[in-house]
Design a binder for this molecule. Structure first.
Ligand code: ZN
Length: 337
């Protein structure tokens, strides 16, 4: 090697070193924000009294009562009575671990496998492969993920999510997975034949990974796109207020966090305004079941997550409308729609 080329190599190496140093300083300001730990949330989480909701402009009387009585239930649209009545051993102290993710200052940047119209395939190349649509406003704002079809027989969820994928938004980024468990949706079954319940396959501790290929792919997407809010669309076979069944139809189940609670209360209140029968009104419940997408993303990734359940005793159009009204209210509350 002659002297000149040796010198060139040195200059090149020095240049690369400077570029690397700059990239660590400037490339990822969001990562630092995501690590903000909020310890003040714990009191808000456990104290559910009329006082704590007095700043709301709507009445939460009914839903607050519901909130109290089911405080430690692990609920989603469980078919087993255990899940609706079992009391979790969770304490307030555990809730102190909640991480709050700051609203992101920039839109999610494009990734390599994304198509022009904003679509990526999750679990690509496997039989679980399913589309995730990415709707960008190109303005700073929150990243919201809306998921349908985690359970393949809960029609209103995946029909509503399919409509949401065509939305346009004012700010932030909207990620939509209309048919999370595509195989189950195709078979119109809660879980695909031979497959497991997707809504129990997500991590149950901060060190654990998701159980299945599909759950891993969805959980990775939540992390990769730095999701701030997550709505998982489900259906129950009966009304949550019917205590003789374990179903939680007509409910919103959130993981406690003051921001999530406020938006959840607004959604339930808005929907209930048009439902005269209190039996059929939406209940505000806490603690999505362990292993569910909403529970894991909220507890371990700090996402403001909730499950929204319509009741399959109502007509499909009513159920889809209720799902969409809930999604729209979420987006309006975040000034995205
Ligand atoms: Zn479900």
């Amino acid at each position: 090697m002659n002297k000149v080329s040796h010198k060139l190599i040195h200059i090149f190496a020095a240049f690369m070193l400077v570029m690397f140093a700059m990239s660590t300083v400037y490339a990822n300001p969001r990562e630092a924000q995501a690590l903000t730990v909020s310890r003040s949330l714990a009191t808000d989480v456990e104290r559910v009294s009329p006082e704590s909701t007095s700043s709301y402009t709507y009445s939460l009387t009914d839903t607050v009562k519901m909130d109290n009585t089911t405080a430690n239930n692990n609920a989603d649209d469980s078919s087993s009575s255990k899940e609706k009545t079992a009391t979790s051993t969770k304490t307030g102290a555990e809730d102190e671990e909640i991480l709050t993710m700051a609203v992101t200052d920039e839109s999610v940047s494009k990734t390599s496998n994304e198509t022009k119209n904003g679509k990526v395939v999750l679990a690509s190349g496997t039989k679980y492969a399913t589309n995730m649509y990415i709707i960008r406003s190109n303005k700073p704002g929150p990243v919201v993920m809306i998921v349908g079809g985690v359970h393949g027989n809960e029609t209103a969820g995946y029909k509503a999510a399919a409509a949401v994928k065509d939305y346009s938004i004012k700010r932030g980024t909207l990620l939509v997975i209309p048919e999370a468990n595509k195989l189950a949706v195709a078979q119109h079954r809660r879980s695909a034949k031979g497959g497991s319940n997707l809504n129990r396959a997500f991590p149950q501790s901060s060190s654990q990974s998701a159980d299945t290929t599909l759950a891993k792919a969805i959980y990775s997407a939540v992390k990769k796109y730095d999701v701030d809010w997550l709505m998982d669309m489900h259906e129950g076979y009966d009304y949550a207020k019917n205590k003789s069944t374990s179903s939680v139809g007509q409910s919103l189940i959130y993981y406690p966090n003051s921001a999530t609670k406020k938006v959840a209360g607004t959604i339930v209140s808005k929907l209930n305004r048009n439902i005269s029968s209190s039996y059929k009104q939406f209940s505000l419940l806490r603690y999505p079941v362990k292993g569910s997408l909403a529970r894991s993303t909220a507890q371990y990734l700090g996402v403001n997550s909730f499950i929204f359940e319509t009741c399959s005793k109502q007509t499909l159009s009513t159920r889809v409308n209720n799902q969409l009204k809930a999604a729209n209210t979420l987006l309006q509350q975040l000034n995205m729609k």
